[in-house]
Design a protein. Sequence first.
Lengths: 311, 368, 254
Amino acid sequence: MDSALHVNQLVMTYGKGKVTALNDISFDVERGELFGLIGPDGAGKTTLFRLLTSLLIPDSGTAHVDGFDIVKDYKEIRRRVGYMPGRFSLYQDLTIEENLNFFARVFKTTIEENYDLIRDIYVQIEPFKKRRAGKLSGGMKQKLALCCALIHKPSILFLDEPTTGVDPVSRKEFWEMLKRLKERQITILVSTPYMDEAALCDRIALMQSGKILSIASPVQTLANYEHLLYAVRADGMYRLLNDLRAAPFTERCYAFGESHHLLPAYPNLSESDVRNYLDEKNYTNLEIEQITPGIEDVFMALLEKGSEEVA
Amino acid sequence: MQLLLTFIAKEFKHILRDKRTLLILFGLPIVQILLFGFALTNEVKNSRIAILDHSTDEMTLQIANRLSASAYFDVDRMLQREEEIDAVFRRDEVKMVIVFPSNFRETLLHTHKADIQLIIDGSDPNTATSILNYATAIINDYQESLQGNPSLPLTITTETRMLYNPQLKGSYNFVPGVIALILMLVCVLMTSVAIVREKELGTMEVLLVSPMRPAILIIAKMVPYLVLSFVIVGIILVMGVTLLDVPIRGSLPLLLGESLLFILTCLAIGLLISNFTRTQQTAMLITLLGMMMPTLVFSGFMFPIENMPIPLQLISNAIPSKWYFYVVQAIMIKGLHIESIWRETLILTGMTLFFLLVSLKKFSIRLT
Amino acid sequence: MSEVDNKTIPPVISVEGLTKQFGNFKAVDDITFDVAKGEIFGFLGANGAGKTTAMKMLIGIWKPTSGEGKVAGYDIYSETEKIKRNIGYMSQRFSLYEDLTVWENIRFFGGIYGLTREELREKGSALIDRLGMGEKKGSLVASLPLGWKQKLSFSIAILHTPQIVFLDEPTGGVDPITRRQFWEMIYEAADRDITVFVTTHYMDEAEYCNRVSIMVDGRIEALDKPAQLRKDFNAESMDQVFTSLARKATRSAD
């Protein structure tokens, strides 16, 4: 068993089987891989993290972390994994330095011993090391939490929505840090609700309602989805959306930032077909453009399909 | 060991940095004791008393004069018959009736011994105690002035009868009561909240996913509150003795030892509560309703247990603070030794072990 | 609606030189902007840039240190009560009572804004229908999925048809499908001439706005249509525009 993570048919329910949090999940993560879990709230991401960090026991199925069983060998697992739960789990009334020292001690190590690993991140917050964690910005808390999770040099890092509620600049810096950690052969499992972050992972698992809808690299994900897509914009976006949805050629249409994305019902729909239809309706500043689908378009389609199946 | 020390240091930081809670923890017992001390010394001046003098001799008159000359008492009336005593109390006209037996002076001079009966309205225990103390002091004082001839020891004994509240629950109960309450507050409430807070913060998850043993976490959470409680017990005792003149008649080490035992009981309960709760709010509610209220009602601190219906008396046996309260009272007020309270001590020890075992067993190495 | 002519219709929010100072610290430093009626105005900035402070002055919770401002035609110093009556507000943290039912929430918040019993019944039912929540009317809000809560919360914020609705990070933690549905509701509100003033962390969402302003260290460093900003900053996405501006920030975000 050489993979860093081997998950086999995991099932997890809450409330005596009433709520299914995870429904038959299987996947493998290679050593040194940056593996993303993406999906809406309630998809089961946090439950999966808690199972893999030995905090919960599955109803059925097995999982191995670094070759160790998550139920039987929980002690071994707890020595090897770094875990950053959903909220930044720091002591608000302790300073940066005190938090880090404390967690180092808990893992029977010292800051000095593994300073090399956290240096890149720690230097950014070190100037504020006497400041209490409760008084830090989201981005700084996130960096501190990552340092705390790394302090014992784990072989696998579990990061549960580390970028939620953090501003875009900090988010970007955070992903750069993850890249550097990956270079050091640390396996990283990270979950996020941000679609744009998916593109930064080696592979992504898209989750919904306790199931994995797809696992693929970003490039593959796009390659698997070849659809004609138009971006349409004009003044009066709300009316435009309603009109496009009512159009006979529309399979699906959704707001996508500045434009609406239009998924045609047949593959040979031309730009002028759309224009002709809209011209009758007196739009000003109408722009229509054929575009290549992005990751978010793909996920939208998959999620939409997923929820139809559930319903 | 190193880890344990780090952990304990961290807990102390949490406590010391939360200035507001700290202020409440230390302020509360001080305020309670001060308030009580103030109320105690307030009312005893110019208490009205009545005298029923069956003897009416030189000595009884002198004693009556001394009483009425003091700032504490006003002799409101002289009674003629025993039957009147009940009536004056019932109409709340006097706080105390002093009864001199017939031939008081002769009895004293011939047998060197005489009795004076003090009948006191015990419904307000604080006042009653003070009145008793002052009256006894004045009579003793008079007795000493009679000792002109040392070869002739004269003893006036006072026989006290408290009306309405024969055991005079009150002032002396207050100090043990406050100790029990505050220990409940500090140990049960603060410990459970401190552990549950880690659950709320999410740090518990990180700690669980670490090689650390749960026992370390538990001990580390307990030690600071144990120290804190001990300091508070000390403060209350010192204040009780100096400000309220509450005696410590028994052995101080024994008293502290029993307090340590009770602190452990409370810590174990706090730990148990934290096992079953997820939010600080719930932990607080459970402690207040499940622990503080029973302590107030069933420990004998506010209401005498003997007067309760049997079912309630039985329930009171399950309340740890009842036993601690009894023990403290026994040591401080009655000056009893371990021989007399070993049963209560054993019960408390049993409870402590029970709670500790249950909570250790229930302490999950996983999330539930 | 994006091309509302600012000249003929007076702006619904108009702010000049607005400043809020805490001691020596200028949380909001001399900001000036107008928001037109029916516009979707994105108010962006990193944590600590002063967004929340600025917003609190606009909705009449905090008094500015200096500067002028009118919201919904009322002065932000002297007519805060009138402002409050003419705006809707939805924050990420507090939106609805979890232990009340959907209908009880609607009734309560409608009551706060002085809707009559008739209006409540009429607008409330319309709201329920629009959200397709007919079956959930009597369910506790706590039992709804996050996305539904947010939609309900937004609908309630505009139940009294305010002139402006202020949204503070409304889409945090919601999946992309729900987020889109949420933005459709915002489009619809704007279509009904309700001005939308929204702060967000999601830079891609900035693209839904007619105009966005980006605050850095208490000042507005950029204000324009998203397309124009991308052109000005030679960037592919709003994310890049934001990053290049925010990297200049000197204020350590607290």
